[in-house]
Ligand binder design. Structure first.
Ligand SMILES: O=C1O[C@H](COP(=O)(O)O)[C@@H](O)[C@H](O)[C@H]1O
Length: 231
């Protein structure tokens, strides 16, 4: 099977945010119609904030939606750089606050200690995930898959583990991340990127021999991938 990613180019970020929000909403509504529930994993960082706000206002049966992040920095939940703090200001408001939200961070001191409880919680989700929304950093990382973390080889090779504690070399904060195995246990992946620098990295990452973390997503053959980009 050939599963080449589809590149969807938008003229500006407003149109990208609206189209992506509409398409994720459609995917969730279809899953709820077919299965009575849906599960989505969304990215943190700065790029998705407006799109997540729009998605939170979409007409969706929110109590039927399980929501989680694809990765989280192990920080207090009200920290400026906590992905959950961002999610609470954008997606998890109004009607969308009634979704079934699974935080990746728990009360353990470190992600190394917290990953076991999270793994048990992730086991209870109805896999495959309906949709996974991925961002990408300027270094080609996605989720918290970092080449320079000691966990990277095990993360890439994992066959059953859904989450990993990660200690990036250069990027700040210890983190918890969904594994490639978890991300690829999904029905659809959308990649959300903006700006020329990220487009250039993406083009490189699409190359046959490229080994950016995002290349794992672009080269896998299990799940269809749509890439949304705007300048
Ligand atoms: O650290 C992270 O970075 C990526 C990219 O973030 P952005 O700010 O460049 O959009 C993000 O996808 C990931 O969830 C986040 O934890």
């Amino acid at each position: 099977m050939s599963n080449k990613p589809t590149l969807i180019l938008l003229p500006n970020r407003d149109e990208l945010d609206q189209l992506l929000s509409d398409n994720i909403a459609k995917t969730l509504n279809t899953a709820v119609h077919n299965h009575g529930q849906a599960c989505m994993a969304v990215s943190g960082g700065s790029t998705p904030q407006k799109m997540l706000s729009l998605l939170g206002q979409a007409s969706i049966d929110w109590p039927a939606i399980h929501t989680l992040l694809v990765d989280e920095r192990w920080l207090p939940k009200d920290h400026t750089n906590s992905n959950e703090a961002m999610l609470r200001k954008t997606l998890l408001k109004g009607a969308a606050a009634a979704c079934q939200y699974l935080p990746l961070k728990n009360s353990a001191e470190t992600p190394d200690d917290g990953q076991y409880q999270l793994e048990e919680q992730l086991d209870t989700l109805a896999w495959p995930l309906s949709v996974v929304h991925l961002g990408m950093g300027d270094d080609g990382h996605t989720a918290s898959w970092f080449h320079d973390s000691p966990e990277y080889p095990r993360l890439c090779a994992a066959h059953s583990q859904h989450c990993f504690a990660v200690h990036p070399g250069a990027a700040p904060y210890a983190r918890i991340t969904l594994s490639p195995n978890a991300v690829f246990s999904s029905e659809k992946i959308v990649i959300h990127i903006t700006g020329k620098a990220k487009r250039d990295i993406l083009e490189n990452a699409l190359g046959k021999y490229a080994d950016y973390p995002i290349s794992m997503v672009l080269h896998q053959q299990q799940v269809p991938v749509d890439i949304y980009w705007a300048p």
